[in-house]
Design a protein around this ligand. Sequence first.
Ligand SMILES: [Zn+2]
Length: 320
Amino acid sequence: MAFERILGHERCVSVLRRSIDSGKTAHAYLFEGIEGCGRRTTALAFIQTLFCASNTGCGDCPSCRKMISGNHPDLHLLEPDGTFIKIDQIRALQKELSLRPYEASRKACIIKDAEQLNISAANAMLKTLEEPPGNAVIVLLTTDASAVLSTIRSRCQLLRFAPLSNDTVRDCLVERGVAPDTAVTAAAVARGSIGKALEICGQETLSDRQDRIAEFSAVSLSDIAGLFTLSERISAEKNDTAAILDTFVSYLRDVQTLLYGGSDIANRDLLPLIEREAARLTPDRVMKRIASVMAARQALQYNANTRLALDLLFIRLAQC
Ligand SMILES: [Zn+2]
């Protein structure tokens, strides 16, 4: 049964399950939650169940098999072309949805990063959300519902996906063959995102973390050349920059925890570094550092120039 493979999110699953059982699905849903917490997996399970011959997501009927193999002709996936979802993409989607379904009783689509619908694309989308052709079901995914245009938001049923518990993420990693110790650390760093935890385990991130954090902590205004060299090197690894910043925030939160006398440290393997940092910084300075890293993280999310964002971040870190 498709919904059974969803970890956590019991309330969202129950809402979706009930809507199928009662034959009262909404035209459009907006799934909000952090990257990698299971919104897309849940959307796929929902559509699989909807398309399934027995409406259970049995996994065996021809429709379920096609959904599982990722090639059901009545499911359309849409994601930003570059930064934004453009009007041409929406028009192409509308054309697809207006065609008779090949196999299922209706068509469905999943739109990733709904906050990236530009205004003209969003306006073109409004009527489709209100009256989807052929009773199609549309699921929009976002990390931040408040960033989705209100005209879109108000036409969707909003389901909020909370971050998963560390234990759930850890168990999922162990099930996939990750060593228990690594799974505990990765789950703590990933803060409720299975996607991010798998990314951490899949890369060298865990073993590289210590070096990275030491580099970040050491930036100094007395070595401006070194500061810019570090910025240049990290920005060259563009795809990993966000993950590196997440690691650094997680580490700084641990420093803060220690300063306030707490013991719930996520990065246990970095304890000596965390203790050293806690001894030299005040809670106020740590807060400023966290705020600086979060600001850089947000700038990158909105496609700021990576090099400039890191230059600015390191200058700020060196000042606090
Ligand atoms: Zn089935």
